[in-house]
Design a binder for this molecule. Structure first.
Ligand code: ZN
Length: 138
């Protein structure tokens, strides 16, 4: 069995951002040489997500509004977690959007359904953070 590991680094300009990382994951699959297997992709931080959805800007604004309704960033004082930090909303947003995705690799390619794309979801950015890519298979 082949095994492959890589860390992808991000440093977003704003506090919250969605980045389509599908091309980078496809590059990892190519590098791994795996033709049949699985790719796991997870945020290595508890204020960021990896999720699968449509690459459509209207939807991304909808996600932002939806998440701000459920866990508004401000006022910071509304959260017990915000003693020394101000990122309680980011922890909650990440929990809603999820930690990781697993995608099948078939014939050397990501075996997606229609419109599926992989995103890094940043909720407490402006610093260096990582995503783990782990690929196993033959
Ligand atoms: Zn925190």
């Amino acid at each position: 069995m082949k095994s492959y590991r890589k860390e992808l680094w991000f440093n977003t300009a704003s506090r919250r951002e969605f980045i389509n990382i599908t091309p980078q994951i496809e590059e990892c699959v190519k590098e791994s040489g795996v033709k049949e297997g699985l790719v796991l992709c997870n945020a290595m931080h508890i204020t960021a997500s990896v999720f699968i959805n449509d690459d459509e800007s209207g939807l991304h604004h909808d996600f932002e509004r939806f998440l701000e309704k459920l866990a508004p960033e401000k006022p910071y004082s509304q959260y017990e977690h915000n003693g020394f930090e101000d990122n309680a909303d980011a922890h909650l947003k990440r929990t809603i959007m999820g930690r990781e995705v697993v995608v099948a690799i078939t014939d050397g390619k990501l075996d997606f359904g229609p419109w599926e794309q992989i995103f890094y979801g940043e909720f407490d950015g402006k610093r260096r953070k990582r995503v783990l890519v782990k690929i196993i298979g033959e």
